[in-house]
Design a protein around this ligand. Structure first.
Ligand code: CP3
Length: 343
């Protein structure tokens, strides 16, 4: 095989680059005026996700301004439950809403068959982005990990205490595992279809991994992630898979070893000395606090400088510890890009 020339693919093969490549979680979205204009033109967020030309346009917008080394497909983790038959809508100010699924029967009735037909516009958007990208830029596909997607499916919206999903997962483990297994299958199919359409890397977002009780961590986080990775690799053995198990603290090491992810995306609470230990196992990505990107100024310069100094001597992709916040000033993103490029 020819060695890949794209910086992100090289890092994901384990190379240490002189200048670390970068991209930002949630790099498309409301902090960009051109995204807000696109949204206004179309109305709903979901309409945008299902319009291939416009989703491709939203994907490319941040790259035109800041020249990131990767494009992440403009889409959402909740398209998977929707494609399985759960009702999904977005409230203008409150975020996602779903008709909750709280029984084994309802979980069993979800449909994985036909999922790739329903998500065809997503794969078409990937094809359009792949054709438009500069040759050195990597295209990243993604999905939510089963636990994180299940929190939205069971709570019916973003939650503060996750009471309903935790209650179901603990009081009826066998019933809840039906839901997790459905999601393992759907997620494997969706990621594989994204790779077939042109995604060169995929990332699994486990945004709420950090609230799983330690005794359930294997069952709800590690095992489903490992099964997805095994299934995706059966068809696509060479595609790197990045895991983002946000907020799992001391469990990052186990997650890295036991799931088989290619690289680890670290949240902003991970101390840089631990990040270096993790990096001795494989590539890491992260982990600037998105709030520091909002703050800017010397706080941004110092925090970015420390991350670069700690992690640049191993395989490293600069990123945030979570998604770009809508109130982030554009100049701060430009400044960060300069700091990384000139490091
Ligand atoms: O730029 C990118 O990173 C690509 C696109 C992307 C979106 N969502 C677009 C989006 C990605 C990778 C996601 C992942 C996602 N979606 C996650 C995991 C990562 C994370 O941020 O924790 C989660 C939990 C969701 C579910 C979701 N989607 C929520 C809770 C919300 C409402 C809160 C919010 O940020 O607005 C969304 C909406 C959403 N997804 C928007 C975008 C651009 C905003 C929609 C809009 O109003 O235009």
């Amino acid at each position: 095989m020819v060695s890949p020339s794209k910086p992100i693919l090289r890092v994901l093969k384990g190379e240490t680059l002189k200048h670390p490549p970068f991209w930002l979680m949630r790099q498309a979205g409301r902090y960009l005026p051109e995204y807000r204009a696109l949204r206004e033109r179309l109305g709903g967020f979901l309409d945008l996700c299902y319009a291939p030309e416009l989703a491709a346009e939203a994907t490319l917008q941040p790259l035109r301004r800041f020249g990131m080394d990767a494009a992440i497909l403009f889409s959402d983790i909740l398209l998977v439950p929707q494609a399985m038959g759960q009702k999904l809508w977005f409230e203008p100010t409150e975020g996602p809403a779903l008709t909750p699924i709280r029984t084994r029967q309802a979980a069993a009735a979800l449909q994985v068959a036909g999922l790739t037909e329903r998500l065809r516009p997503v794969y078409r958007a990937i094809g359009l982005v792949a054709a438009a990208l500069p040759p050195e830029t990597t295209l990243i596909g993604f999905a939510g990990a089963p636990w994180t997607v299940a929190t939205y499916m069971v709570e019916g919206r973003s939650s503060r205490d996750f009471a309903k999903v935790k209650e179901w997962a603990s009081s009826d483990a066998a019933g809840f595992d039906v839901l997790i297994e459905q999601l393992v299958e759907a997620t494997s199919v969706h990621l594989s279809a994204q790779i077939a359409a042109g995604a060169e890397v995929v990332q699994l977002f486990d945004t709420w991994a950090g609230i799983v009780p330690p005794d359930d961590f294997d069952r709800l986080v590690i095992a489903p992630t490992r099964r997805i990775i095994e299934r995706v690799r059966r068809g696509h053995p060479d595609t790197p898979i990045i895991g983002f198990p946000r907020g799992i603290g001391s469990l990052y090491q186990r997650y890295f070893i036991e799931t088989g992810v290619t690289a680890l995306s670290l949240d902003a609470t991970v101390p840089l000395d631990l990040a270096r230990v993790l990096q001795s196992r494989g590539p890491v990505q992260g982990n600037l606090d998105p709030v520091v990107l909002v703050a800017g100024g010397s706080a941004l310069d110092e925090a970015a400088g420390k991350i670069l100094a700690a992690l640049r001597d191993g395989p490293f992709i600069f990123n945030l510890g979570h998604g770009v916040l809508p109130e982030t000033p554009l100049e701060h993103v430009a400044r960060l890009s300069t700091l990384i490029r000139t490091a």
